[in-house]
Write a protein that binds this ligand. Structure first.
Ligand SMILES: Nc1ncnc2c1ncn2[C@@H]1O[C@H](COP(=O)(O)OP(=O)(O)OP(=O)(O)O)[C@@H](O)[C@H]1O
Ligand SMILES: [Mg+2]
Length: 357
């Protein structure tokens, strides 16, 4: 084990062209977003830990970065650690450091991210995945302002501010005994709740506008009122991330200057699921039933370009559930548009290759 196993690298805010740090904003005029923005402003410059609570894709990382950017720590590192991504022992040595010889492979002292975050912010994502032992170490760090590296005897002072995020309500985790109540009480003093997008449908048009004018401005695409109305009635299990992905896919599929419309139901599309697709006045764009490009059209275009895709590629390209990608690939296989060239126990690594051209 070495520094290559880092959860994430310490990161300084990247200066934008005018030299100022990049601005990340919480878009949306709902009461919930206004409240979140005002809490961010109030909490940013405090030193106590903040807990950000919200389903996946609701903007927890956006908020964590805003807290950092709005604080006197803004010029110091922002270090993000996904506590669910690494094993318990790895996270422990990543966070708290280790001394040379603490375990096989510990060939040098490692300060740990708490220390290398300096006076910046350490963002502990998916905190609910921490084991009881790590929770105890974190509690100790918060209480004493010190960490002790694995295998070490001396503690080191830490000055980084802790921001934690959870996509499962911590109170419930405490109730079922999966999260320490004393750590919870330390974290819940400053809480920012980000409600799911389905509960703040009034934010959708501002978000769509934000994506179309910002990230995808070059396309010149605009959203029709019908599309916005359609989007407001979706459940959005992936929240704002999913909305962004849907808009991105529509923009990618559309010709320039397209007016994005809701998808018309494509009866013969095996992948038809409630996901909107755009209408494009551009005749050269791929078209499916009723002139609306479907997921299958998109996938066919991707195969023409790349020749070979794995199921994982399809999931990523379509921004869809694995079952939806599997259905789409099965349909293209039935059509003899693609054939399966390897079957793997791990379904994401099965390859599909274009047959037709
Ligand atoms: N209110 C918002 N305004 C603008 N962009 C947003 C907002 N909320 C989320 N986003 C965008 O949605 C995407 C997902 O946000 P983010 O990564 O912060 O979610 P998250 O809550 O950390 O999700 P996860 O639990 O899956 O890690 C990002 O592209 C982010 O910029
Ligand atoms: Mg996140």
């Amino acid at each position: 084990m070495g520094s290559s196993a880092k959860a994430t690298k310490p990161e300084r805010p990247r200066p934008s062209r005018d030299g100022s740090p990049p601005r990340a904003d919480l878009i949306g005029g709902s009461t919930a977003m206004e409240r979140a923005r005002s809490l961010v402003a109030r909490f940013a410059d405090l030193d106590a830990p903040v807990l950000i609570d919200g389903e996946t894709g609701t903007g927890k990382e956006v908020v964590a970065r805003m807290l950092h950017a709005g604080s006197h720590r803004a010029a110091e590192p922002f270090v993000a650690v996904n506590c669910g991504a690494l094993s318990d022992t790895l996270i422990e040595s990543e966070l708290f450091g280790h001394v040379k010889g603490a375990f096989t492979g510990a060939s040098a002292d490692h300060p740990g991210l708490f220390v290398s975050a300096g006076k910046g912010t350490i963002f502990l994502d998916e905190i609910v995945s921490m084991s009881p032992r790590l929770q105890a170490s974190l509690l100790r760090a918060l209480e004493t302002g010190e960490v002790r590296p694995v295998g070490g005897t001396r503690s080191r002072r830490i000055s980084a501010r802790v921001v934690a995020a959870t996509n499962r309500p911590l109170a419930a985790e405490v109730k079922r005994g999966a999260f320490r109540s004393d750590l919870f009480f330390r974290l819940e003093r400053l809480v920012i709740d980000l409600p799911p997008l389905r509960d703040r449908a009034e934010d959708i048009s501002a978000l769509v506008d934000h994506f179309l004018r910002g990230d995808f401005a070059e396309s010149g695409a605009v959203a029709s009122a019908a599309l916005l109305d359609d989007l407001r009635h979706r459940p959005w299990p992936g929240n704002v991330r999913e909305l962004r992905n849907v808009i991105e896919r529509m923009v990618l599929l559309s010709g320039s200057q397209a007016v994005l419309l809701p998808e018309s139901p494509a009866a013969n599309d095996a992948t038809a699921d409630p996901s909107p697709i755009m209408h494009t006045p551009n005749a050269s764009a791929p078209s499916g039933a009723a002139g609306y490009p479907s997921r299958l059209d998109f996938l066919r275009a991707a195969f023409r370009e790349r020749r070979r895709l794995t199921r994982g590629d399809a999931i990523r390209l379509l921004h869809c559930a694995p079952e939806t990608a599997a259905r789409a690939l099965a349909q293209l296989e039935t059509e003899k548009f693609v054939r399966r060239v390897s079957t793997s126990a791990h379904h994401r690594t099965s390859h599909f290759e274009i047959v037709a051209s």
